[in-house]
Ligand binder design. Structure first.
Ligand SMILES: [Zn+2]
Length: 250
């Protein structure tokens, strides 16, 4: 549906290649990362902390730094690649705002040059407005990585998972299944998400992997149907307004 159109193909062989170009040094920021032991030690004894000349922050003198690309630099690169780039949450909550999953994380769809890929952001248990912005920035970095942006930095350590060096990136299959679980909130949201993504997944995944995604989809659908049937039975038991239930029962 949104595969490369012939017009795009004439403009550039691969317009997305721009996203994979290495970031210059001045766009790479330093994130201090203390071990839990260092953090505890610094809180107990201020003298173990330093005002760091590398990152400008206050942290344990022996903390390591991770390289990362900040939100502004990434946005700049996205705009250079495709001025019409956009992102949207995978699901919306009933109040119309982006839906967060049970871990407080956010699944997003990042669209660049007509290609859409999923990303996931979280803020490690922080809360408040700044945490929301951090989650969005993290999700954008994560989705942009799936286009190859700053991959050379990511392989050294994930911003939120440096304690597990070498942790494998989630496979496309895992990403698809996680997304399905995240949008299994109601029939409409779930049906819509499946309709939008299944062709892309079928194309992207090996047949066995796609079969596992389909199996996960059926599990989620059965859960939603069971949950909605339960809610309906409860509503009927409560009596409503005396109007007979004339809806098809599924
Ligand atoms: Zn520092």
């Amino acid at each position: 549906m949104n595969a490369h159109s012939p017009i795009q193909a004439e403009v550039a062989a691969d317009p997305l290649a721009k996203l994979r170009e290495p970031f210059p040094d001045h766009q790479i920021s330093k994130l201090p990362k203390e071990t839990k032991q260092q953090a505890d030690q610094r809180k107990a004894d201020m003298k173990t902390g330093i005002k760091c000349h590398v990152c400008g922050g206050w942290h344990h003198r022996n903390a390591v730094h991770l390289d990362y690309v900040g939100h502004a630099a990434l946005t700049d690169r996205l705009l250079d690649t495709d001025p019409l780039w956009s992102w949207e949450p995978v699901a919306f909550a009933q109040n119309g705002l982006p839906a967060f999953d049970n871990n407080g994380g956010l699944w997003i769809k990042l669209t660049v040059c007509g290609v859409t890929r999923l990303g996931y952001g979280n803020a490690d248990g922080k809360s408040g407005g700044d945490a929301i912005k951090e989650i969005i920035g993290d999700a954008l970095r994560n989705a942009a990585m799936r286009f190859g942006a700053a991959l050379d930095l990511w392989h050294k350590g994930d911003l939120h998972g440096p304690d597990e060096p070498g942790e494998a990136l989630p496979s496309a299959e895992e990403t698809a299944i996680n997304m399905l679980r995240a949008v299994a909130v109601d029939k409409v949201t779930f049906t819509d998400a499946w309709a939008k993504n299944k062709a892309g997944w079928k194309e992207l995944l090996e047949p066995e992997a796609y079969a596992r995604v389909v199996a996960a989809m059926k599990e989620c659908a059965a859960d939603i149907a069971a949950r909605e049937a339960e809610e309906k039975a409860k509503a009927n038991a409560e009596g409503g307004f005396g109007i007979p239930d004339d809806e098809i029962p599924f």
